[in-house]
Design a binder for this molecule. Structure first.
Ligand code: GDP
Ligand code: MG
Length: 824
């Protein structure tokens, strides 16, 4: 029997070999497999100079270079040149190679990892037939026991490791287990957990998940769990964690064969459950992890030995062993600098060291997983302490509490926001007036006053509402309540084909779609993410509020609140229907279960809330300074020009005549000049470039009851939906009779009449038209900022989908409203 282990790195130049197995963490093995290094594949060494990196190989008719440290992770069987010549992919191997390959490939090394006293040694003894001492004490010596046995036609090398509660570095046992896993690369880690004490036992499991090792879980002491009358949805837990879970009673030898079968399946990549999951540590920690991870990834040596994410987490935990590991690298200074910065940042945020925050998040993950799958027995549940969590996630009380918080949030947004909003409006009014007085007449003044100040001002005044909304959202997130809300919504969201966690992006979506679409990153699976991304824009964002405010206060006297609410609800309904349809068509058979973390409750600090509020608002402010400003200027230009035409010059000439006419009294002169001026403005705007564009697209919107100015405003709203209002301000000349009353745009909207067609002389705006218009604005395609977020996060296909689908839905909805409304 060939017992010597040969790795690819030892093969000399010109030799041939066949791959037996890959070792290392999941991400690394995956990369090797992508390069073609899979079991049974033949490799030829093109160039291997001792001590020189990299080594060049020929595999699958292609040339690939591997670094020595990578090639050390590939175990091979050498073959002769003759065998290599006759070797085809499907493996017409010589008998000899088949035999060696078979033996090698059918040897599985399994490491037993678990808390003290969870039954590892009992499992080991039953599986191996050995008689290791079983007992209720933790080992004095730090040692491992090896047992070899056969199961089916596989040889198992079982290693019984010392029991540990964790894989940090507090005890020699912990260090020993960690070192063993990373240095010996067991093919499968068998995590034994005590089913009667799940919460504590699973902590170790979360660390194994971070290490990205192939895993099977033995759910031991299952007899105790049953005796207690507890219930556990093992299948659900297994899909959530991404590895097989098998119930066992190892003291009686029950379930051991099933575990061994399962280990074979994982080893042979035949089991359907295995996938690598990430424990979500929450936005702040994830951000820090990413930053450190990117630094770590710059160094190839380390990331072939350890998963970069794991190293990042360990560095944030200030783990000495990992710091030492990192200190051997070239990039060490940068890595440690970034890690230090992030540690400090997290400490400032949470007022606790990062390690504590990370374990808190791990317990949040465990609590979330158990909340969904684990029911404590009736007798025992009575004894259970009454916790806030039980109240907030209670099936009956939870919803009213949630609705109350949401109501409070929106209420505050509008009532508190109203004051600074008025001040800002006053300020921009004053600024416009000042410019009007100070600047000389001409194009610059017109641009500043009617374009920039009017346009940006009308939008800027909604900033306080948005800040307040984001402030509340941040507080709800920081306390940990948002996670409970997501938990509560999970069942309901599942009916929509979505995940409870989608609830958070939806709530943020009421503020602005851009951060909401970013927030979908916390959703692990693509289906949920895509469905959420494409439906978030239906949540009526705060940019649309100005439009609603304008039209509702102008055209609805009664039931204003109800009208507003119906619009928001319609958006939600559109989201539900869309998600159901898209799920049916595009994601037919994908239902995945994920852990919904229940992070620890925290008292939010003002600093955090402000920081988070600012992070979220920055997008909005940027949009204001760039897209909106630019769009306003463009619209203004298109609207202001051309300034000369036969007709317009005619008006100017007549105004000059009147001015020079000595027979008129000053009052008559002024009155005549005013009418002429007004007529000239109307004539100018009806013939401006933007009018030409608007009239061109108007037929499309005519069935919805919109005139060309409304159509143009819709087009401009593509830049940002707030711009609809500023465009209307420019197009309907809100400033014409500015001296009469303050809500000028409203009154000029009311005064609009059709100038042609069968409705000539009738008002353009009716409550029906206004409502249809608002619905169109609610549904039609997202603004450029949101759209670019959809493209970035969801890909081109879904970006295009958003454009076409949303616009069609908007048109259809507005058409139905108009047509049915006209009939009634
Ligand atoms: P280790 O510390 O993880 O190696 O755990 P041991 O195998 O030494 O077991 C600790 C104690 O738990 C012993 O008294 C075992 O008999 C007992 N035990 C092990 N497995 C089970 C089980 O599945 N059910 C029950 N009820 N007891 C078990
Ligand atoms: Mg033991």
């Amino acid at each position: 029997m060939e017992n010597q282990k040969v790795t690819l790195s030892e093969m000399p130049t010109g030799s041939n070999c066949v791959i037996v197995r890959l070792s290392g963490h999941g991400g690394f093995r995956h990369r090797l497999m992508e390069l073609g290094f899979v079991r049974g594949e033949k490799v030829r060494v093109v160039k291997n100079a001792p001590l020189l990196d990299p080594i060049e190989y020929e595999i699958m008719q292609g040339h690939v270079s591997l670094r020595r440290i990578e090639a050390q992770h590939i175990e091979v069987v050498p073959v002769t040149e003759e065998v290599a010549q006759n070797y085809t992919f499907n493996g017409t191997l010589t008998e000899e190679v088949t035999r060696i390959m078979g033996e090698k490939a059918k040897t599985i090394t399994v490491a037993l990892v678990g808390n003290p006293n969870c039954g590892k040694t009992s499992f080991f003894n039953h599986a191996t037939g050995m008689r290791e001492k079983v007992g209720n004490y933790s080992g004095v010596t730090v040692d491992s026991k090896l047992g070899v046995f056969k199961h089916r036609d596989y040889t198992f090398n079982f290693v019984d490791l010392p029991g540990t509660y964790s894989l940090t570095e507090y005890s020699p046992e912990e260090l020993y287990v960690r070192k063993y896993i990373f240095e010996n690369h067991p093919d499968v880690v068998l995590n034994i957990v005590d089913a009667s004490n799940l919460e504590r036992n699973l902590f170790l499991t979360t660390q194994l998940i971070d290490m990205n090792v192939p895993m099977v879980m033995g759910l031991n002491m299952y007899d105790e769990l049953e005796k207690n009358g507890d219930q556990l949805d093992i299948q659900a837990l297994s899909t959530m964690f991404g590895f097989p879970i098998i119930p066992t009673v190892s003291s009686k030898g029950k379930g051991i064969d099933k575990v061994l079968d399962s280990i074979i399946n994982v080893y042979e990549n035949l089991d359907g459950v295995t996938k690598h999951i990430h424990i979500n540590y929450g936005a702040d920690i994830e951000k820090s992890i990413d930053l450190v991870k990117n630094e770590v990834k710059k160094d190839n040596v380390l990331s072939s030995e350890f998963p970069a994410r794991y190293v990042a987490i360990k560095l944030l935990e200030n783990d000495k062993v990992t710091i030492e590991e990192v200190s051997k690298l070239q990039n060490t200074d940068n890595i440690r600098k970034v890690a230090k910065e992030q540690c400090a940042e997290l400490e400032r945020t949470y007022k606790e060291d990062a390690a504590t925050v990370i374990s808190g998040a791990k317990y949040g993950f465990i609590r979330g997983a158990l909340q969904e799958t684990y029911t404590i027995g009736k007798d025992r549940s009575k004894q259970r302490a009454y916790t806030v969590d039980n109240l907030l996630t209670n099936r009956w009380l939870g919803f009213p509490i949630l609705i109350f918080f949401l109501w409070l949030m929106f209420q505050m947004t509008f009532t508190l926001g109203a004051y600074p909003q008025q001040w800002l409006e006053m300020f921009f009014g004053w600024l416009g007036g000042m410019c009007e007085m100070v600047l000389p007449d001409g194009i610059i003044k017109a641009l500043l006053v009617d374009g920039v100040i009017a346009g940006v001002g009308s939008v800027f005044s909604f900033l306080p509402n948005i800040l307040i909304l984001f402030f509340f959202i941040s507080i709800l997130e920081d306390t940990g309540y948002m996670a409970r809300a997501a938990f509560l919504m999970d069942k309901l969201m599942h009916k929509m084909g979505l995940h409870g966690k989608s609830f958070i992006p939806y709530i943020i979506g009421f503020g602005c779609s851009v951060p909401a679409i970013m927030a979908t990153r916390t959703l692990e699976n693509r289906k949920d993410r895509i469905l959420t991304i494409i439906t978030v824009p239906f949540m009526s964002c705060s940019a649309r509020i100005p439009v609603y405010m304008l039209l509702i206060s102008a055209f609805f006297t009664k039931y204003k609140g109800l009208v507003l609410m119906s619009i928001y609800l319609l958006g939600v309904v559109a989201a539900i229907i869309t998600s159901l349809i898209v799920k049916k068509i595009s994601f037919k058979n994908q239902s995945d279960q994920f852990v919904m973390e229940l992070p620890p409750y925290r008292i939010p600090t003002l600093r955090n809330a402000l920081v988070h509020m600012w992070d979220k608002s920055v997008q909005y402010v940027k949009k204001m300074g760039t897209v909106i400003l630019l769009a306003t200027v463009i619209i203004w230009v298109l609207e202001y020009f051309p300034q000369h035409s036969a007709q317009l010059d005619g008006y100017t000439a007549r105004m000059e005549q009147v001015e020079a006419d000595p027979t008129l009294t000053p009052a008559e002169k002024e009155a005549q000049l005013k009418t002429l001026e007004f007529d000239r403005t109307v004539c100018q705007s009806e013939n401006s470039y933007i009018a030409k564009i608007g009239k061109f697209v108007a037929p499309v919107f005519r069935p919805l009851g919109f005139d060309w100015k409304m159509s143009v405003s819709l087009l401009t709203g593509v830049a940002a939906k707030e711009i609809v209002v500023s465009s209307m301000g420019v197009l309907y000349h809100a400033d014409l009779d500015a001296d009469e009353n303050s809500s000028t745009l409203q009154s000029s909207l009311k005064a609009q009449k059709w100038t042609e067609g069968k409705e000539k002389g009738q008002p353009v705006f009716t409550p029906l038209v206004a409502y249809g218009y608002m619905i169109f604005i609610l549904l039609y395609f997202p603004c450029v900022a949101a759209l670019s977020a959809v493209f970035r996060e969801g890909g081109r296909k879904w970006g295009l989908f958003s454009i076409l689908y949303n616009t069609s839905v908007a048109w259809l909805a507005a058409f139905l409203i108009h047509t049915i409304g006209m009939l009634l």
